[in-house]
Design a protein around this ligand. Sequence first.
Ligand SMILES: [Cu+2]
Length: 212
Amino acid sequence: MNALRSKTPRLCLPSLLSVSSLLWALACGSSHQSGEPAASPEAPAPEAPGDASSAEAAPTGSEAGRKVDVALQAKSGSSLSGNATLTETAEGVKVELTIEHALPGEHGAHVHETGDCSAPDGSSAGGHFNPSSHPHALPSGDPRHLGDLGNIEVGPDGTGKIEVVAPGANLKDGDPNSFVGKAIIVHEKKDDGGQPTGNAGGRIGCGEIKSS
Ligand SMILES: [Cu+2]
C-alpha cells in the first residue's frame, strides 16, 4: 500500500514536470522564435560594411582619376594639329599625346609653366614647368623637370604618339605640382636632354591644360 501511495505521487510528479517542461518549452520556444527573426536581419549585416567600404573606395578612385583633354594649336607657322589626354594615376599624370601634320623625326615635348598659348610662337607659355627647381632631363633621367615629357617620334606620315607618366604630378586645382593651368609644348627639334631645356628649338604646337 505504501508502495502504491508512493507510486501515485511519483506518477503525478513526472506529469507535473512534463507539463511545466512543456510550458518551459513553449516559453523557450517562443523566445527562440523571437530571437531567430532578430538574428536573420543580422545575417545580411556583414554585407552592409562590405558595401560601405566599396562605396568609400569609389570616391578615392574617382579623385585619383581626374582627366583633362587638351587640344593643340599650331605655332611658329607650322601646320601641326593634335591632342593630349592627361589622366591622374597612382604614379603621377599619364600624358597621351598625339600629333599630326608634323615633320618626320623626333620632337621635344614638355609641360610649360603658363597655360597661355596666345603668342604666335608659343612664347606666352613661359619656360618648363619645374616646381622643384631640378635640372632638365629626358624621362629616363632623375631628377628632372616635372614637365619633362621627352620626345615624340613622328613617322613619314606626319603623325606621332607618345604615352609618358610624369611621376609626382597631379591635376588638382591649385596644387603646386598640378599640370592644370600649364601648357603642353611640342618643339621643332629633338630634346637631347642638354641644359637648360634640351636644345629643342622653336615651339610648333601648344595646348592649354584647363581644369575639366
Ligand atoms: Cu619645351
